[in-house]
Design a binder for this molecule. Structure first.
Ligand code: ATP
Ligand code: MG
Length: 581
């Protein structure tokens, strides 16, 4: 391709809403343009990169034995109602009514549709296992689209779904997909880590998340220094805190008047207590049941952990009326004393059980209670009482006795063991060897194509522009003709360009009638990994310059060897990102 003919609208200024390096650079280098909040047009360079990522993903998925299909983006809502995910997704899932009054959704993912397909087509264990995938546009009406393609509303996802007759088969495919993901991310030039993840509303029993560590990431990964444990923040389990002993005997519970003082901060200020000496009681609705979750005042409840303990139930904060009914008080005065008799389950965080005593709501409007001793004043065991890990890990916590460390990152992919959640609800069953009917076991595996591109740029750039990994760069080589108006120089550049093209290199020739300085600036901005510079001075000595975008130094080589050496450089870059089969 010739730069003079290509649509590469580079710009100096970026809009104020571009916060991250990748978002800014993708606009500046002419990879994307914003259409509306969270929706982007991919320009020729951006789209070329996405196509390269798609090719890597497709190749590895096919090698792993998965089969590509294509499912509709517009899906009938009835399927989503059957699994209850029309409710779980809430406003994140876009819906519309068609001209015949039928309600549809714009697919945020495709478990329901693929399970519908399996329900109709799979009936024998002989057809299993099977792994189907697609690479298509997904739509999620994200509450806060940000960071450009990293969290957009419309994006391309590779989503795969596997069906199995037993756990062993699911484990096998899960492992194959896990290994395939490692290959894909390595080939795309990403420095990634894989961590244990929570499967949340997806249901199921196991999950790993692939994350690219970087400052601007919205995810937090939690790990031990020796690498023996790594999980995302939603998942990271913490050791129970040691039971704190009190020196003196704690006096009996004492009620204190706290008029209109409901929030933790306000109560602390009023009673001159520390947040860590408070006990928070939160009332939730979990698929029709009312439950209470109890955490220390300075700790944050982890809804994912709570969801897991409740067996994947959909949970949301109870409404005011329910809270008032359960506690007998206005919102803000809930406490653990007596609550077990009013709700179907009480889940108490380990750290609360370790407190010597605390201050908490009195289940009476405008009152709190002091000297509340776990076990003495509210039960830590019983038919409907569980003590568990339900809070977020934080600085100072340990896992198996080792200090936990925290790092920000961008999630680029996730794999799940789904179990039978979808197959049971949508009737995807098969007959086993003995003729017994069973629901298929399922796994699902997602990768964000656009996020791979953005996170590669996020971790690989400098102040002048992008530094593309060779495998996903819009072009592998840029030939810069410094003096386009000099016939001889232009001819030499054209000649190298032709040779590279003929030998299968993906090359862009900068043949614009511009000053060298401008061209070099653009070359740095675009980040094409190998650059060949053809200029009048060097050419007079029979040389051209060859340089890696990632390295400051260039090398002079004779014009005869230019194509060979360029190809060697491209290959050496590719070699570094190669994976074993
Ligand atoms: P997040 O927690 O970041 O919202 P998710 O866990 O909901 O993502 P999945 O349902 O696991 O996402 O989707 C699979 C992959 O799709 C993610 O790993 C990510 O790479 C990509 N993805 C998800 N949401 C977005 C989005 N809004 N914009 C771009 N890519 C996305
Ligand atoms: Mg995910």
């Amino acid at each position: 391709m010739r730069y003079s003919r290509m649509f590469i609208p580079t710009v100096k200024e970026v809009p104020a809403d571009a916060e991250t390096a990748s978002h800014k650079l993708m606009i500046r280098a002419g990879l994307i343009r914003k259409l509306a909040s969270g929706t982007y047009i991919y320009l020729p360079l951006g789209w070329r990169s996405l196509l390269k990522i798609i090719a890597v993903v497709r190749e590895e998925m096919d090698k792993a034995g998965a089969q590509e299909i294509l499912m509709p983006a517009v899906q009938p809502i009835e399927l989503w109602q059957k699994t209850g995910r029309d409710v779980d997704y809430g406003p994140t899932m876009a819906r519309f009514t068609d001209r015949h009054g039928r309600e549809n959704v714009l697919a945020p993912t495709a478990e329901e549709v693929v399970t519908y397909l399996a329900a109709g087509e799979i009936n024998s264990y002989k057809q299993l296992p099977i792994n189907l995938y697609q690479i298509t546009t997904k739509f999620r009406d994200e509450f806060r689209p940000r960071f450009g393609p990293i969290r957009s509303r419309e994006f391309i996802m590779k989503d795969a779904y596997s069906f199995h007759d037993d756990d062993e088969s699911l484990d096998q495919t899960y492992k194959i997909m896990y290994d395939t993901y490692c290959k894909i991310f390595k080939r795309c030039g990403l420095n990634y880590v894989s961590v244990e993840a929570e499967s949340g509303q997806m249901g199921g029993s196991g999950s790993h998340q692939f994350t690219v560590p970087c400052q601007s990431g919205e995810d937090t990964i939690v790990y031990t220094e020796d690498g023996s444990y790594a999980a995302n923040l939603e998942r990271a389990n913490v050791d129970p805190l040691p039971k704190e002993k009190s020196n003196a005997e704690i006096p009996p519970v004492q009620e204190v008047h706290t008029p209109n003082i409901g929030s933790i901060e306000a109560v602390c200020a009023f009673l001159k207590t520390r947040q860590k000496d408070m006990i928070k009681t939160l009332v939730y609705a979990a698929d029709g049941e009312v439950i209470a979750a109890i955490v220390r005042g300075d700790h944050e409840l982890n809804l994912e952990k709570l969801t897991q303990i409740l067996g994947g139930k959909h949970i949301e904060l109870a409404d005011e009326l329910t809270i008032e009914k359960v506690t007998g008080a206005r919102v803000g005065f809930a406490g653990p004393m007596g609550i077990a008799d009013k709700v179907s389950k009480v889940i108490i965080d380990h750290a609360v059980a370790a407190m010597p005593a605390g201050v908490t709501g009195a289940n009476k409007t405008d009152y709190h209670v002091k000297n509340v001793v776990p076990c003495r004043d509210f039960p830590l065991e019983g038919e409907n009482v569980i003590v568990a890990d339900i809070r977020y890990a934080r600085q100072g916590d340990t896992h198996n006795g080792k200090i936990l460390l925290f790092k920000k990152g961008i999630e680029v992919g996730q794999v799940f063991k789904l179990g039978t959640k979808y197959s049971e609800k949508l009737g995807a069953k098969f007959l086993d060897e003995n003729g017994t009917e069973k629901p298929c076991l399922m796994g699902c595996y997602g990768i964000g194509i656009n996020r791979i591109l953005a996170s590669a740029i996020e971790i690989s750039h400098d102040k002048n522009g992008v530094i593309f990994p060779v495998t996903i760069a819009p072009f592998e080589v840029l030939v810069t003709c410094v003096n386009q108006d000099d016939e001889e120089v232009a001819k030499a550049a054209e000649n190298i360009y032709r040779q590279l093209l003929d030998r299968g290199v993906d090359v862009l020739l900068d043949d614009r009638p511009l000053r060298g300085g401008v061209k070099f600036k653009d070359a740095d901005l675009l980040g094409i990994p190998v650059r060949v510079t053809v200029g009048k001075k060097s050419l007079a000595k029979g040389n051209v310059e060859i340089k890696l975008r990632a390295e400051p130094k260039s090398k002079k080589i004779s014009i005869e060897n230019a194509a060979d050496e360029t190809i060697e450089l491209v290959n050496s870059l590719k070699q570094k990102l190669k994976t074993k089969n």
